[in-house]
Design a protein. Structure first.
Length: 207
């Protein structure tokens, strides 16, 4: 899939709000796209698209909270910044519990919105780099033979070559050869780095 430039997605049923935020984003050099409804945004958005979403919490049809739920169900990691009225703060707090990045209460200062957007964009970059790295680690693990995978599992448990040889019914020399292959295929310079890779991957899988 063609990579899309990280974009600030502005979702609000108020045309004036959409226009003013778009102008604000342009003034600080951030690409943006505007949508008059949650459904309009969902129709054209793919979870691979990076950036952040500025989202009105109250909209006719699908609300901002419902859109957030849809994004979560689709596995989208894009940060969401909610725009709220005074009476919407409890809803915004609930949205934060469900993974929203932040919320701003109207009226807000332009600089406050810019600051939050830039923080959200930085978070999104970090998250996507981490996902890419996890994808590379998964591919390396998939390249291991069944025996090499057994050696990897025992290595991450901290077992020495002699113990692995006993557990697998192999000679210590054979284990050393498999271990060298594992280190090479995984691109690890040390056992500590190898263990870190596997633990990070397991942590990423945990909700």
């Amino acid at each position: 899939m063609k990579e899309v430039t990280p974009t600030v997605y502005i979702v609000d049923d108020d045309n004036g709000v959409r226009s003013s935020i778009r102008v604000l984003m342009k003034s600080v050099g951030l690409p943006s796209a505007t949508f008059a409804s949650a459904q309009e945004f969902l129709t054209g958005y793919h979870p691979s698209h990076g950036g952040c979403v500025i989202l009105d919490i109250r909209m006719p049809g699908m609300s901002g909270l419902e859109l957030q739920e849809q994004l979560n169900e689709r596995g989208a990691v894009i940060p969401v910044i909610f725009i709220t009225g005074h009476g919407d703060v409890p809803m915004a707090v609930d949205a934060m519990r469900h993974g929203a990045f932040d919320f701003l209460q109207k009226p807000f200062r332009d600089q406050d919105l810019v600051d939050r957007v830039q923080q959200a964009m930085a978070r999104d970059r970090e998250t996507r780099e981490g996902l890419k790295e996890h994808g590379r680690i998964r591919a390396r693990i998939a390249s291991l033979t069944p025996r090499e995978r057994e050696v990897l599992d025992l290595l991450t448990l901290g077992k020495a070559n002699k113990m692995m040889a006993q557990d697998l019914g192999l000679s210590q020399r054979t284990v050393e050869i498999h271990r060298a292959h594992v280190m090479e295929k995984m691109g690890a310079k040390s056992v500590a780095q190898l263990v870190r890779m596997v633990l990070d991957l397991e942590h990423a899988r945990t909700p």
